[in-house]
Each structure stands twice: as structure tokens, then as C-alpha cells.
Write a protein that binds this ligand. Structure first.
Ligand SMILES: Nc1ncnc2c1ncn2[C@@H]1O[C@H](COP(=O)(O)OP(=O)(O)O)[C@@H](O)[C@H]1O
Ligand SMILES: [Mg+2]
Length: 195
């Protein structure tokens, strides 16, 4: 299996790569395989029946969501990373940073600190900045953010209206918006999320 990494991707290491479940040869085949796995998870997560009893601001839910998105693809689906990456906090800080993030966002939700979209995008940005998993952090955080929006009574986001895995322009646009958010400006991410 030959992995390819477009900009803004976390390379996976040899041990993580060995945990690939299906026998695949190319990144294109892997993308397709993952997309199908993720689609069934999204159908589960965004169904009215499941949403009714969902609180996305819990550790258990966020891990279950990643597990369901990648359970036919990676043996580490739903498990936090155990090594450091070119992005994200040191691996041993993941659990405490996540606890802090969930406390913060629950507080915002209870006190209407931000408009729903802004709370959602701040949640999204902090989640990818922590970088919980060996891979799939962007896709997981986008779906988790969509679920959060739905539980606030808002529609899911458009995320630029394109496939961010395969469309280079849209992905560059998304990464630029995240970089602005790194500098504290959420405007571009808020716009991107609804265009
Ligand atoms: N400057 C940045 N600040 C915060 N998050 C970033 C930045 N650059 C990339 N990311 C996030 O990291 C993700 C890539 O991590 P990765 O685990 O490979 O996710 P995926 O496999 O779903 O693309 C991007 O999709 C994006 O969400
Ligand atoms: Mg990736």
C-alpha cells in the first residue's frame, strides 16, 4: 500500500500503517474505502433517531464516532494516538486537553457565549488542533461539528460545498481558514462553513 500525503495531512507511521484492515494498493482505493466507511457512520450519527439521544460534547461519543467512521479500515479506529505528530498536542496531553475543550464548549452552550455557528467552529478548530487520532482528525472533527450544529437546532455545514479529501482548491481554502483561526480570526472558517 502506497500512502500519499497532500498538504495539511498527518503522515501515519509504519506501525499505524500495518493496522490497515483491507488489502489495498493505492491512496485512491483507500480514499474510496474510507469514504464508504465514513458514509455509514454519518448516516448513523445524523439520523433523527440517534441525534435525539446524542450529546456530542462527551469523550465517549467522540471516540465512538471515530470508531464508527473507520472501524472497517483501521484497527486503531476510535483510539487516541500514542505518538507525536507534525500537528497536535503532545500525545500524553490529549486526554486533559480534550476534557478542557469539552468543559469550555459545554459552558458556551449553557451560557450562549457565542452564536451557534461560532461555538461550533471554535469547537471544530480546537478539536483538530488537539489532534486526537493517528489519522482522520479532519473528517472526524467536521462530522462531530455537524452533529453539534444539529443538536443546537442548526443545519449541518457545507464546508465549502466540495469534497475536502479530493478537491485541492477547496482543501487549500479550508486549511487557510484554519490558519486564520490559529491566529484567533474565525471569520474565514465561519464563512467557509456556510458557503
Ligand atoms: N493549521 C492548522 N490548524 C489546525 N488544524 C489543522 C491545521 N492544518 C490542518 N489541520 C487539520 O488537520 C487535518 C488533517 O489531519 P488528519 O488526521 O490527516 O485528518 P484527515 O485524515 O481527516 O484529513 C485537516 O483536515 C485539518 O482539519
Ligand atoms: Mg489524513
Amino acid at each position: 500500500m502506497i500512502f500519499e500525503y497532500p498538504p495539511g495531512q498527518t503522515p501515519i507511521d509504519a506501525a499505524e500503517a500495518e493496522a490497515l484492515i483491507p488489502q489495498l494498493k493505492t491512496q485512491g482505493e483507500l480514499n474510496e474505502w474510507e469514504e464508504e466507511n465514513i458514509l455509514s457512520a454519518a448516516n448513523w450519527a445524523l439520523s433523527d433517531r440517534v441525534l435525539k439521544r446524542t450529546d456530542p460534547l462527551t469523550e465517549d461519543y467522540l471516540f465512538e464516532l471515530h470508531r464508527r467512521m473507520f472501524d472497517h479500515t483501521w484497527r486503531w479506529a476510535g483510539k487516541t494516538r500514542t505518538t507525536d505528530k507534525n500537528m497536535g498536542v503532545s500525545f500524553y496531553k490529549i486526554r486533559t486537553e480534550l476534557r478542557q475543550l469539552l468543559d469550555d464548549v459545554r459552558y458556551w452552550r449553557e451560557n450562549n457565549t457565542f452564536e451557534p455557528d461560532e461555538a461550533a467552529m471554535r469547537f471544530h478548530h480546537r478539536l483538530v488542533t488537539i489532534h486526537l487520532f493517528p489519522n482522520g482528525n479532519g473528517r472526524h472533527a467536521r462530522l462531530a461539528t455537524d452533529v453539534f450544529a444539529r443538536t443546537l437546532g442548526k443545519p449541518i455545514f457545507t464546508w465549502g460545498g466540495a469534497n475536502l479529501v479530493s478537491q485541492k482548491d477547496a482543501r487549500a481554502h479550508y486549511l487557510a481558514a484554519l490558519k486564520s483561526a490559529d491566529d484567533g480570526d474565525y471569520g474565514p472558517l465561519l464563512k467557509f462553513g456556510r458557503e
